[in-house]
Design a protein around this ligand. Structure first.
Ligand code: APR
Length: 245
């Protein structure tokens, strides 16, 4: 296997997708028995779906919240924690995953681009999203104690914008990494490259002269954009891929 050298000149931006959590038992979205096979996206992961049937949306997210609470990080998550500890502020991870497993593994420099299953916010007033591990009973739609509005999962749904502050943090890091005089590396793991803006990061890094790596079980849509490809399970590849010097 090719080795990814992580030394004192390396700046590393990592992007993870559902494939990194697959070995923990969390279903991915696309592919055999993926989440979108059994749940029409527009019904359970869109603002329109929430307006139409909020109880159905809460059933979907309560099930995912309970399932994610019951599983554990895998060696792929652990490897990313070790890389972060080795590189310090020259490491940043952007995850599309909302299962909370990176944080449970110990990752701290992580941007949850698509939100998290473990926060809830009000769909009506601007109260700050709050920590919430409740798997609400079937048919329940929790309401806001401040305004009485319907509460919703703190998840970025299809058709919604990502948090500009999150995107700015990723941009700022990429700019610092690509102008540091060191070696700027982007590694994507366990993602199909189907959803933007996450899927477009690789092209931005390449344009800036960065080195790009892909770790995936099978070739994603944007595979041709990467300099290095390592095919395999992230839980097996990531612990062996990096040489920390
Ligand atoms: N190791 C590495 N890669 C894996 C593994 C594994 N053990 N298992 C599956 N994969 C790969 C699959 O080959 C696929 O390319 O992970 C990818 C998962 O793709 P998706 O299911 O599309 O998940 P993701 O890329 O994270 O989806 C992006 O789309 O639905 C939205 O918001 C949702 O964040 C999600 C976004």
């Amino acid at each position: 296997m090719e080795q990814l050298i992580l030394d004192s000149k390396t700046w590393l931006l990592v992007l993870t997708g559902a494939g990194v959590s697959a070995e923990s038992g969390v279903p991915t979205f696309r592919g055999m028995d993926g989440l979108w096979e059994n749940h029409p996206i527009e019904d359970v992961a869109s603002p329109q779906g929430f307006v139409k049937d909020p109880a159905l949306v809460w059933r979907f997210y309560s099930q995912r919240r309970a399932a994610a609470s019951a599983v554990h990080p895998n060696p792929g998550h652990d490897a990313l924690v070790a890389w972060e500890r080795h590189l310090g502020d020259r490491f940043l991870m952007a995850t599309q995953n909302v299962d909370g497993l990176h944080r449970r593994a110990g990752s701290q420099r992580v941007v949850e681009m698509h939100g998290t299953l473990f926060k809830t916010r009000c769909s009506k007033c601007k109260r700050t999203p709050f920590d919430d591990t409740t798997a609400y009973p079937e048919g329940t739609v929790p309401t806001c104690g401040d305004c009485g509005g319907k509460l919703r999962p703190h998840i970025v749904w299809f058709g919604e914008y990502l948090d500009p502050a999150d995107m700015q943090r990723i941009e700022d890091f990429a700019l610092r990494g690509s102008t540091s005089g060191g070696r700027f590396v982007f590694l994507a793991a366990g993602t199909s490259g189907a959803v933007y803006p996450a899927a477009g990061i690789v092209d931005r890094v390449s344009e800036a002269g960065g080195e790009t790596w892909l770790v995936n079980l099978d070739p994603p849509q944007n595979a041709s954009s990467f300099d290095h490809h390592v095919t395999g399970k992230s839980g097996e590849v990531l612990p062996k891929l990096a040489k920390r010097v």
